[in-house]
Ligand binder design. Sequence first.
Ligand code: COA
Length: 401
Amino acid sequence: MSDVKAAAAAALAKGLEGVIGGQTAVCSIEQDKLIYRGYEIHDLAEHATFEQVAFLLLEGHKPTDAELARFKAELIAERALHPIVTTYLESVGGWIASGRAVPMDVVRTSISLLGHTDPDAQDNSAAANLRKAKRLTAKIPTIIGHMQNVIDGKGIVGRELGGDPTLSHAANLLYMMTGRKPSADEAHVLDVSLILYAEHEFNASTFTTRVIAGTLSDMHGAVTGGVAALKGPLHGGANEMAMEMLKEIFRDVGEAGIGTSQVDDWMQKAFDTKRKLMGFGHRVYKNGDHRAGILFNLGKSMAAKIDAASQPTFGGLRAPKWFDLGAQVQQIMLTKKNIHPNVDFPCGMTYFTMRIPVPQYTPIFVAARITGWAAHISEQHADNRLIRPLSIYTGAAERKW
Ligand code: COA
């Protein structure tokens, strides 16, 4: 074994745990803090809007009022989709219905198609990357909205303009999905969830985008790879799986079982079979994910404010009860396993309360994370070196053909 290989073998970390993969000025994750370009996440969740945070991540500083107005106008002007993407979305409904295509695949393919429609597609300069980042940020909610209209068999909402130009980014996303203007509370909670999801340092999907950008490939290609990485249940797909898991517990214990030892018994069975509980655990955070508590509290208070008659239900179980069940599951995980929830756990219950169909939870994560991905892709292009680690060979010894 060469010296280089021997050193690499000594440093092997499965899943690259603990390995420093590069430098970034975009985000810092510490056990007690999550920071976007110097601003702490609780501060941003309480005082900023998604558009402000998107500007911060993409343009690098807190916007002035004039800069924010310009940025919002740029996003609104870029919301509509090229007909080639809308035609694709209108043709894919049958494959979604049959399960051959899931919404995350449709988002991935749509972003890939958007590359063909972008005049800057092959230009990796900082200015072109910023233009492409804004277009992608503006258009991904439109993809999600149009796709949901197709799934629901409804006419496309806001085809010409990509929704309603008077609505904020978050409110317009909900409007395009449903054709209904959301309440101020719903728009605010979605907005905060987008802020929480916008950026997270060298997570699997962001690292994927940086590896792709590191070959000097283009932004649409890198983002397409990022979507594929985010889809997996160990990463962004966990928000959908977390809600499905809560439904499974509810189906097994019933409403009367919530708050009783039946939930403990369900969890014990999961522990006994070494089942991974979705929305729990984190590679970096060992004392809890800063974002989870913010979203749990917001979602819970939104659910409590909706009058009983108009609360969404599943199997007759109303929105607030999902938070009771979620709180109990969190408590059992903490007491028995010392494992904290991550942001995907409260996201499931919160998006359920907003009547968002479960298969759109991870696409909405994309609508937020596009800002972080784009910031990292631009940072990688600006100071590039090919990302190319080593491996340790475990195959057959050398032999004659
Ligand atoms: N449910 C049950 N046990 C869990 C767990 C979970 N969600 N997350 C971690 N653990 C346990 C593992 O079983 C393992 O126990 P062991 O040492 O007795 O075998 C230990 O904690 C370490 O887990 P590991 O999977 O090696 O940690 P990781 O750093 O490789 O993985 C995650 C991190 C996020 C992939 C992992 O926690 C997970 O799969 N969580 C569920 C999916 C999820 O919510 N993903 C979103 C992340 S933001």
